[in-house]
Structures are given as C-alpha cells and as structure tokens.
Design a protein around this ligand. Structure first.
Ligand code: HEM
Ligand code: HEM
Ligand SMILES: [Fe+2]
Length: 445
C-alpha cells in the first residue's frame, strides 16, 4: 500500500481539514439539537439561527475539502501523471481554509448574508469562486499533461465545473421572493441532485476499480448509465421545489414525474457496487474502505432515493413541505451520499498516503457502524416528529408552536442518537489521527 505519484500527497491536508471541520459540524449539530429542547441554551452568545448556519456551512465546506482531496489523490493515478502544480493546490488549500474559517467566525459576529446554505458574505463568496477556479484550472492542466484521460476523470471534471457554475447563482439576489427562491434551488437542488451526484459516481467508480480489481470497461458502462440517469431525472426534477412557491402550475406535473425517477441513479449505484464487490477478482486488505464504499451507495439510496421519493409527489408534499419530514430526508441524504463517499475515499487514500498497511481496522469498522446506525435513528426520530407535525398542524390545523410541544419526545431521541453519532465520530477521528497505537500497523514503504 503506497501512493504512486509524489504529488498525490497534496491530498493529505485536504482530508485532515475535512475531518476537523466535520468535527466542528457535529459540535454545532449537538448545540442546535439541544436548543430544540432547551431553547435558551447559549443564548444570546450562540443563538439557534447562527449555530444552524454554522452546522450546515461547515457541512458543505468539509464535503468540498473532501471532494478536492479525493480529486487530487485520484487524478494522478487516473491520468498517469503528476498534479500540474502542487504549489497552486497548497495555495488553494490555505485560501479555502482561511475563507471558510473567516465565514464561520464571522457568523458568530453576525456577519452573514441571508439565504439558507448561501449565508456567506459576498466577499467570502468571491473568495470561494477564486479557490474553485484555481482548483479547476489545476485539474484541467493535470488532465492535459497526463498520459491518459479516462471517463472517470471526465465525469469528475464535469461535476466540479457544474459545482462552480451553479454556485454563481448565489450572487443573484432578486428582490422578488419567488424569483429568488427559483434560482436558490439552482444552487441547492442542481448541486445535490445533479453535479455532486456526478462527483460521487466518479469517486465510487474509482474506489470500486481499486478495491475489486474488476475491468475498467465494466465500471465505465455503469458510470455512463448513472450519469445518464442523473441528468435525465435530476434537471427537470428541480420542479419538485416549484409546487407551492408561486411558479407556474405545470411544474406540479413535470416535477412529480421527473423527480419520482430520481431514485434510479441511486438504485444503479447500489446495483453497481454490489455487482462489482460480488464479482471481485481480488480480496483487498482494506476492508473498511469496501464497507464505506458499499455503505455510500446503500445509504444514499435510502436517504435520497427512498426518503426523497417519500415526499416528492405534490399530493404528499402538500402536507409535508417544510416539516421535520424534510429535515429527516436532508440528514440521511447528505450523510449517506456525500459524507460517506468522502469517508470512503479517506479510508482508501489516507493509509496509502501514510504508507501504512490497513491491517488493524477494528476501530474504523466500529465507527462505521456507530455512525451509520445512529444516523438511521436520527432520521427515524425526525420522521416520527414529521408524522406528528403533519397530522396535528397540517391535517388538524393546530398552531405551529402548539404542535411543536407534542414533538419533544422525538427531538429528545434525535439528541440521544446525535450523541451516539458523535461518539462514533470520536472513535473514527481517534483512529484517523492516531492510526498506530502500540506499533500495531507496519510500514510497507
Ligand atoms: C444526495 C442527494 C440529496 C440531498 C443531499 C438532498 C438534500 C435535501 C435537503 C437538505 C433538503 C431541504 C432543503 C431546504 O432547506 O429546504 C431537500 C429537500 C427536498 N428533497 Fe432532497 N436531497 C437529495 C436527493 C433527493 C431526491 C433524489 C429526491 C426525490 C426523489 C428529493 C426530494 C426532495 C424534496 C421533494 C424536497 C423538498 C421538501 C419540502 O418540500 O420541504 N431529494 N433535499
Ligand atoms: C450530532 C448529529 C446531528 C444533530 C444533532 C443535528 C441537528 C440538526 C438540527 C437541529 C438542524 C436544524 C433543523 C431545523 O432547522 O429544523 C440540522 C439541520 C441540518 N443538518 Fe444536522 N445534525 C446532526 C448531524 C448532521 C449530519 C451528519 C449531517 C450531514 C452529513 C447533517 C446535515 C444537516 C442538514 C443538511 C441540515 C439542514 C436540513 C434542512 O434544512 O432540512 N446534520 N441538524
Ligand atoms: Fe431537490
């Protein structure tokens, strides 16, 4: 186990930053989870709206660090050449870290700019665009200089280009609230149900190739199917956010039909990973990486495919829109798809970057099960809360705050499973940062 190209090592700081920010995200998750039960907690220093902002912004930032680290690890092996500029990669790393940290600290001092997920002040948004452009330039130059240009590289590149292009809509802030919301979804929906799915599919294909030894042609066929299904369903599927916000009525039909099929690319990823793993020609020693990889396809299918489908038809969304049902889906989908695929890449790449043989993985496998089972229970708690909310508030017409008082049990359960999730993450991070306790893992340089 070893890295093959010197420049792959630049991926390492990206994974480290991702892990630290992930820890921060969960600390703030626990704070807002607790504030749901003790609303005065930490008030006025860290009010709910600010802590929530930090929770979801840290999420997006650590995932993008993870995507970039994964790309820097993957590209040299895919295109058989070094990264075009390691210096540029490091510069881009520090800019992103400083920009991200400034945004988070800024939120604590009330320096923010409105809309959910896009709260970054304009200056920080500009810095983010510059960072992503530096990254994409480095990626394209690496591809041009490399000996090979594979379909995995192409899909990854389209994913990152899309990530950059759709983020530009964050700068567009029309005064009309309908128009504003309309374009807000160009960032949020077209990211997670469009271009990020391509990034995930590319990383999944790379991991399955490395971990199973199956032919590249087989993986590429699956990759094309997944990409095709993503575009076919996800783009017009945006309509599932246009049912009730003042957009034309035809979106109820178009949004319903196309988004109902959005589970297909996720189903294809499940079939893909099980096929590859069952037909593997070698048994790879990194069992944890296989677990995370298959886990990403299964959990994304549950979170995005099943929990997404659950509330995507207008007949149902009419009742569930903006309730805890939405939050239950948001958690399982973001975690199952994007957190887990980044953890899978980290699990595969980091031991190689450290030149360690991944022989003792008990702690990491324990962390996998603790985190995934806890997240399943967080999702189920929120689904329970959502069902109560829909019935009392939307069917019986009980006022919002009165309804909330009947949901406390589920918020308590969410906090308990949040705590077990945090324990799982603690185990994971301990193992990540201190991999060789008692000289257990041998160097294999
Ligand atoms: C990994 C992919 C996905 C992620 C990360 C994700 C995440 C999210 C998040 C965070 C929200 C809440 C946004 C807000 O703040 O209002 C949301 C809303 C929604 N998602 Fe997803 N989603 C994914 C895939 C899907 C799929 C495949 C479907 C349909 C089959 C779907 C259907 C919906 C619907 C209908 C809403 C609106 C809920 C409402 O009306 O309140 N999502 N999603
Ligand atoms: C300790 C575990 C966690 C706790 C206690 C927690 C708690 C919360 C709370 C209280 C909210 C605000 C919900 C609201 O406004 O009604 C929230 C939002 C959110 N969290 Fe978490 N969270 C945790 C872990 C995670 C993880 C691991 C992810 C994804 C990888 C995640 C993704 C999100 C997203 C996407 C939202 C916005 C959801 C929406 O708008 O529907 N959280 N979280
Ligand atoms: Fe969507």
């Amino acid at each position: 186990m070893n890295y093959k190209y010197e420049s792959q090592r630049v991926a390492y700081p990206f994974f480290i930053a991702a892990m630290l920010l992930f820890a921060g995200q969960i600390i703030f998750g626990l704070i807002i989870g607790a504030q749901y039960i003790w609303p005065d907690l930490l008030f006025p220093a860290i009010p709910f709206n600010i802590a929530r902002m930090i929770h979801i912004n840290l999420l997006v930032v650590w995932l993008i660090f993870g995507f970039m680290g994964s790309a820097y690890y993957l590209l040299p092996e895919e295109c058989e050449g070094e990264i075009y500029s390691v210096k540029l990669a490091l510069l881009q790393f520090w800019l992103f870290l400083i920009g991200g940290a400034t945004a988070i600290v800024g939120y604590l001092f009330r320096w923010h700019d409105g809309r959910e997920f896009l709260e970054q002040p304009t200056l920080i948004k500009v810095a983010i665009v510059i960072v992503v452009l530096m990254f994409i330039f480095n990626m394209i130059m690496t591809l041009i200089k490399g000996r090979k240009w594979t379909s995995i590289s192409t899909v990854l590149l389209i994913g990152f280009l899309g990530l950059a292009v759709f983020y530009l809509f964050a700068f567009f802030k029309p005064a009309n609230m309908v128009v504003d919301k309309y374009y807000w979804w160009f960032v949020v929906h077209l990211w997670v149900e469009g271009v990020w799915e391509l990034i995930m599919a590319a990383l999944l294909s790379f991991l399955l190739l490395k971990l199973t030894g199956i032919d590249r042609e087989v993986a590429e066929k699956w990759l094309y199917v997944i990409v095709g299904l993503t575009f076919l369903t996800g783009i017009i599927g945006t309509g599932h956010h246009y049912y009730w916000i003042g957009t034309p009525a035809f979106w109820q039909t178009w949004g319903a039909y196309f988004s109902a099929f959005e589970m297909l690319p996720f189903a294809a990823m499940v079939a893909f990973s099980f096929k590859m793993v069952s037909k593997r020609t070698r048994s790879h020693p990194n069992r944890a990486a296989i677990l995370w990889t298959v886990g990403a396809s299964v959990l994304s299918f549950i979170g995005a495919g099943l929990w997404g489908f659950m509330h995507t038809l207008p007949q149902i969304n009419y009742y569930t829109h903006g309730t805890q049902v939405t939050a239950s889906h948001g958690h399982m989908a973001f975690f199952g798809a994007y957190a887990v695929i980044v953890l899978a890449m980290a699990s595969y790449a980091v031991p190689n970057l450290r030149k360690l043989r991944p022989t003792h993985q008990k702690a990491e496998i324990l962390a996998f099960w603790t985190m995934c089972v806890s997240m399943m229970f967080i999702t189920l708690s929120l689904t329970g809360a959502g069902i109560v909310q829909v019935y009392l508030q939307r069917v019986l017409g009980m006022p919002y705050m009165e309804t909330q008082s009947h949901m406390v049990l589920f918020y308590g359960l969410r906090l308990i499973f949040g705590a077990t999730f945090a324990i799982g993450l603690g185990i994971y991070l301990y193992d990540f940062f201190f991999p060789c306790k008692g000289g257990e893992c041998r160097s294999d340089a």
